[in-house]
Design a protein around this ligand. Structure first.
Ligand SMILES: *[C@@H]1O[C@H](CO)[C@@H](O)[C@H](O)[C@H]1NC(C)=O
Length: 209
């Protein structure tokens, strides 16, 4: 089986006049191709779909917007992009992650936050995040310094520290009572003392024996 596809109605009129096969076709909606012979007794089985015309045995001439042996396929111009399917002329059905008339637009279902940009990577919609954010929606801040001791990165470079810890990376312990005699606060309210001092605040001097 073959099909013929060609557009212009003006061309149709002149061609039909040329080959002299006007009978029965004067109301036909679409044009015909150069160089074929129209057979008014032609039979097409299966029949031509979408108002295609059977011009020879098992040869359909398709209406504008359709193609295929029996004119069964719709055409979309511009073509459906990103794996979209042409449902009817000019109407695409888009796969998940794509939208727009020709499926040319990428859509990230959950959106991209914090200035992230939705783009297609190997046909998959994906948020491209600014450098200080990460996660599928760019919802997670990045703290390059790290947040230690149970701190949480709440904004780029900003840690929220648990009680008892301070500093950009929550790396500085807080001792409510300062450590004395050169002792060092090593975790919340815990001093490491320099000899010969001891005690919670390094206030006591060990007896020398
Ligand atoms: C078209 O098919 C019909 C029957 O199927 C046959 O009688 C006829 O001769 C065919 N016409 C041509 C041009 O082959």
């Amino acid at each position: 089986m073959r099909f013929v596809g060609l557009g212009s109605a003006v061309l149709l009129a002149s061609l039909l006049a040329l080959v002299g096969v006007c009978s029965g076709l004067s109301d036909a909606p679409r044009g015909v191709a150069v160089g074929f012979v129209f057979d008014p007794k032609a039979r097409c089985d299966p029949p031509c779909a979408h108002a295609g015309i059977c011009i020879r045995n098992n040869t359909c001439f398709c209406s504008r917007g359709y193609e295929g042996e029996t004119c069964q396929y719709a055409n979309c111009y511009p073509k459906c992009k990103n794996g979209g399917e042409c449902l009817r002329p000019g109407k695409c059905r888009c796969p998940p992650g794509f939208g727009g008339r020709y499926c040319h637009k990428v859509t990230c279902d959950a959106g991209c936050w914090n200035g992230g940009e939705c783009i297609a990577v190997n046909g998959v919609a994906k948020c491209i995040c600014p450098s200080s954010w990460t996660g599928s929606k760019c919802q997670e801040a990045i703290c390059p310094q790290g947040c230690r001791n149970g701190g949480i990165c709440v904004a780029p470079g900003i840690c929220s520290c648990p009680e008892g810890w301070l500093g950009g990376a929550c790396h500085t312990a807080v001792c409510a009572q300062p450590c004395l005699n050169g002792g060092k606060c090593i975790s919340p309210d815990k001093c490491r003392c320099r000899p010969p001092f001891s005690g919670p605040r390094c206030a006591e001097r060990k007896k020398s024996h």
